[in-house]
Design a protein around this ligand. Structure first.
Ligand SMILES: [Fe+2]
Length: 246
């Protein structure tokens, strides 16, 4: 079984389309989505439509999806993120707003091996930023692997016996083999707004037959995404950050 696992699309249509054409060549069996389909960028309706065409096997909401659909207030968002949430609320059609509203809260168990969550397995809004957070998070899921998003940073935390190791994924393509006896917390990075100073879209493929996980970075037409942001009247800083990877 080949899963493509992705997170934090944030209304970036060009990045989503680039991933879809990449995925076609890889013969993906199922998609798992870790939350934040909307927010920041300017194509929420188009992204929801393309996302629905993928028919992800499991999908959960992120903090932006929650705020846009009215499940949460804006107090935890910075002014630029909040402006984009208000813009997105306005731009979404009723059907798509309803779709976001009905996205499930994480964590969700996909099967006996895989859990997915947005922030952390014990709190969908919590950020796992380093090994200290990861140590705690390992106590809050029972499967071998938990995939998470939210930080927009591709990371692997491996727990062997009582030691947790952090791997920062910086390569354009990076592969690990899942070890017997170890447990994993893995962030595929962000599809639509990478923040590790690499502007390329980030996601991963988990091949359960070979027990290998491969991280990918792919180019997309970020200039078009930027021009859509500016045309929409969203804060220009949201366009700038796409060409900086921050
Ligand atoms: Fe996000």
């Amino acid at each position: 079984m080949k899963y493509l696992i992705f997170s934090d699309v944030h209304s970036n249509l060009e990045a989503l389309l680039a991933m879809k054409s990449f995925a076609q060549k890889k013969k993906i069996d199922a998609y798992l989505f870790l939350g934040d389909l909307v927010g920041y960028n300017a194509s929420p309706n188009e992204c929801i439509q393309q996302f629905q065409n993928l028919s992800p096997l499991y999908m959960i909401r992120g903090n932006h999806d929650k705020a846009v659909s009215g499940h949460d207030s804006l107090h935890s968002f910075n002014p630029i993120a909040a402006a984009a949430i208000i813009w997105t609320r306005d731009a979404l059609n009723t059907q798509n707003k309803l779709f976001l509203m009905n996205l499930k809260k994480g964590p969700q168990e996909v099967n006996q091996e895989i859990t997915i969550c947005h922030g952390a397995p014990y709190d969908e809004d919590y950020y796992i930023f380093g090994p200290f957070d990861a140590v705690e998070a390992f106590y809050h899921f029972s499967t071998k692997i938990c995939f998470f998003g939210h930080t927009h940073l591709p990371r692997i935390y491996i727990k062997r016996n009582n030691m947790v190791e952090e791997l920062i994924v910086e390569q354009e393509k990076f592969q690990i083999k899942i070890e017997e006896g170890a447990r994993y917390l893995i962030n595929p990075g962000s599809l639509g707004q990478p923040r590790d100073r690499n502007i390329k879209s980030s996601f991963l493929i988990f091949n359960t037959t070979t027990c290998k996980i491969t991280f990918y970075r792919i180019s997309y037409d970020y200039r078009l995404t930027q021009s859509r942001i500016l045309e929409a009247g969203l804060p220009p800083a949201l366009a700038d950050r796409l060409s900086l990877g921050i």
